[in-house]
Design a binder for this molecule. Sequence first.
Ligand SMILES: [Cu+2]
Length: 143
Amino acid sequence: MQPLRAAAALVIAFATCPLFAGGVADHVSVDSAYARAVAPGVSVSGAYMTISATDGAEHELVAAHSGVAENVELHNHEMEDGVMKMRRMESVTLPADTAVDFKPGGLHVMLIGLTEQLDAGNRIEIELEFEDGSRKAVTFDVK
Ligand SMILES: [Cu+2]
């Protein structure tokens, strides 16, 4: 009876451990993901979304990756001496049960050194990386 009980406990532990099923990435949802279309010759763009943790815990978005740009960074806008400036973020906290908006003039995913043209109607993929190293691939509509 003891070994069986231990095995059952182990199964429950794995089933409920958020790291087992693919990590934090499985407990984050993303809505309204889009990237800004840019004119030919423009090498930077921004991507926006609404992102939220769905497991009642706080998580961290630590990086973003994409094949459409040489560098992908997490940015925010801040007032500095009366001038709006962009600042690179080491990570973005996703509070429990609170959606975080990435939007023009605020948080954004910065695409630097575009390697392909972002035309309206296209779709691009950006991978979001979380504090445990897990990643979520998200499709962004270009518009
Ligand atoms: Cu930026």
